[in-house]
Ligand binder design. Structure first.
Ligand code: ATP
Ligand code: MG
Length: 317
């Protein structure tokens, strides 16, 4: 099977994507797959390079805009090339934290309830005062904590909002939920072991904590059974509600024994330091096993979706 590893891209998370791609390339089982690296430098590369490579499946190592947000998925659907991970709708929805959170709230899944501003024109310190400090300010469609800040008081607000606005047209101001940071990865509709995160030098999981060696301690945690049940239920309900498929990672803060869902990542990081491979390892799956599962499950999902939509002439049909 010819597997094209699609990586790079044009988002703020390009560097992380290249690391994810490298890691995938290093662990794909060469006895099963012919591996073709496809590095995206500009948007138009995708269609040209995928067509030229003649691949059987696109293994998506992209993160952020034009990669994780449904656009690349849509282009691959149009080409009839199967790809890994969630489909177009789930990808777009999860990329837009505000819309995803509205659905979560409507379904009774707890998520921090804050403000969504369309740029500096909506800047309103009084509204933040009513929310109560500290708050987290973040780009609505960001990732890897880029452009995100913890704001302790009004004096720090303007700078943080200006910074977040550099990365996105819309930004979120959320109450800072104090508690234990958790993440729950889901593979083929089933939860993998929950990982607890302790940032070494910060009150929250910032870029440095995510990607620098020793930036954070991330390990499988044992929760009291009732709490674990609640965390898993919130993660699985979010995954299903937002129509994710194949795999995803649900980021949460556990305050007391109540989980708050921060966001759902449809193409979570798969670098050497990343959380999903760690969680899979704890379930006894090597990185290579994980990639096998992702590829097999993606082929099955795409086939199912395309058959449902009357697609009959695809390469996997
Ligand atoms: N409301 C909140 N309360 C407490 N901490 C928060 C809140 N929102 C975000 N954070 C902190 O900021 C980090 C990044 O936030 P979030 O997961 O929403 O964004 P992201 O940049 O898309 O992350 P990822 O790298 O997972 O794509 C979280 O892991 C958490 O440490
Ligand atoms: Mg996150």
């Amino acid at each position: 099977m010819k597997v094209g590893v699609i990586m790079g891209g044009v988002s703020a998370e390009r560097e992380v994507s290249l690391l994810t791609g490298q890691e995938m390339m290093a662990h794909l089982d060469r006895s099963r797959y012919e591996v073709i690296p496809i590095v995206i430098e500009q948007r138009a590369d995708l269609i040209r390079k995928v067509q030229a490579a003649g691949i059987d499946i696109a293994l998506l190592a992209l993160h952020g805009q034009y990669g994780e947000d449904g656009t690349v998925q849509g282009a691959l659907e149009t080409l009839g090339v199967p790809y890994t991970g969630s489909g177009v709708l789930a990808s777009s929805l999860c990329m837009n934290k505000e819309l995803a959170k509205m659905l979560l709230q409507a379904a009774g899944i707890r998520t921090p309830s804050g403000l969504c501003w369309q740029g500096m024109g909506d800047y309103d310190p009084q509204a933040v005062q009513r929310l109560g400090y500290p708050v987290i300010v973040k780009p609505n469609t960001g990732g890897s904590s880029i452009g995100t800040q913890l704001v302790m008081n009004e004096a720090e607000l303007l700078d943080a909002v200006q910074e977040a606005c550099k990365w996105d047209q819309s930004i979120l101001v959320e109450p800072y939920i104090q508690g234990d940071e958790l993440t729950c990865s889901i593979l083929d509709g089933e939860a993998l072991p929950i990982i607890g995160i302790r940032s070494a030098h910060s009150e929250w999981f910032d870029y440095k904590a995510k990607y620098e060696d020793g930036g954070a301690e991330e390990k499988v945690i044992k929760l009291p059974p009732v709490v674990e049940e609640r965390v898993l239920a919130a993660a699985l309900a979010s995954y299903r509600l937002l129509q994710c498929s194949v795999y995803a990672r649900v980021d949460m803060i556990l305050q007391g024994d109540v989980p708050y869902v921060l966001e759902v990542n449809t193409l979570p990081g798969m670098t050497a330091n990343s959380l999903l491979p760690k969680s899979a390892a704890a379930a006894g799956m090597s990185f290579s096993d994980l990639l096998d599962r992702i590829i097999a499950c993606s082929l099955r999902e795409r086939k199912r979706e395309w058959e449902m939509s009357g697609y009959v002439n695809g390469r996997i049909g």
